[in-house]
Design a protein around this ligand. Structure first.
Ligand SMILES: [Fe+2]
Length: 231
């Protein structure tokens, strides 16, 4: 417990990998604030992040070389650092998907994130979360997209709050930079801050809206963790 608190304090005071305290964290801090205050449109924010990575290929190589090496243990989500503050937390991570692997469609609460495709191709299903009451979620789908290296996803309460994505034509590596809200960024919605949608049991409730229920993580992964497993 004590060592945990000490680690959090060290993080908060800036001991960590250099870029968690440098330009990159400042850049995303600022961009998250602009989105919170509605000073930038979500699509413009995505374009800015894409331009950042296109203009700094070293940045992409850094993450790929340091964290996506073939020899390394492949965790599905590898947390590579975080900066904890009193009322929020920024977290950097790498999502590894093997070919045909799919991150089951889920919603987030108290969380905003950019995800940058570092390598590979990614199929992306996005939805706006219209409401979440108890176990029932109402949502609006968008056209499926295919993302390539340097393409960016953005998800938060006002913009594409529900998504699922998978690796096509080989493995995919994605850098995720997220901001969690709440005391020390510990807002808890579920054990891993995701609510998984039972997408095959969706019902159409109007011309644009669909409804389904949330399911447990284990069920979501057993039903939906491969692209070909579901429609
Ligand atoms: Fe997500």
């Amino acid at each position: 417990m004590l060592s945990n608190i000490l680690e959090r304090l060290k993080d908060a005071f800036g001991y960590g990998s250099k870029y968690y305290n440098g330009d990159l964290i400042e850049y995303f801090d600022d961009l998250f604030k602009q989105l919170e205050k509605k000073l930038i449109e979500p699509e413009n924010a995505k374009s800015k992040v894409k331009e950042l990575f296109l203009a700094n290929q070293d940045l992409k190589s850094h993450f790929l070389d340091t964290y996506c090496d073939k020899q390394q243990e492949r965790k599905h989500l590898q947390i590579i650092g975080s900066k904890v503050r009193l009322f929020n937390r920024l977290r950097f991570g790498i999502i590894n998907l093997e070919e045909n692997g799919y991150e089951p469609i889920h919603c987030h609460q108290g969380f905003i994130s950019f995800q940058i495709v570092l390598a590979g191709k990614c199929t992306l299903d996005e939805f706006d979360k219209i409401s979440l009451k108890g176990n029932k979620v109402i949502f609006k789908p968008y056209k499926n997209q295919v993302l390539s290296s340097n393409d960016v996803m953005l998800n938060f309460s006002r913009f594409r709050g529900i998504h699922g994505f998978g690796a096509i034509e080989g493995p995919t590596r994605i850098l995720t930079i997220g901001k969690y809200y709440g005391l020390f960024g510990k807002y808890r919605f579920s054990t891993n801050n995701r609510g998984y949608l039972d997408i095959d049991n969706q019902k159409k409730i109007s011309s644009q809206l669909l409804q389904t229920s949330l399911i447990e993580e284990r069920e979501a992964y057993s039903k939906y963790s491969k692209i070909n497993n579901f429609s």
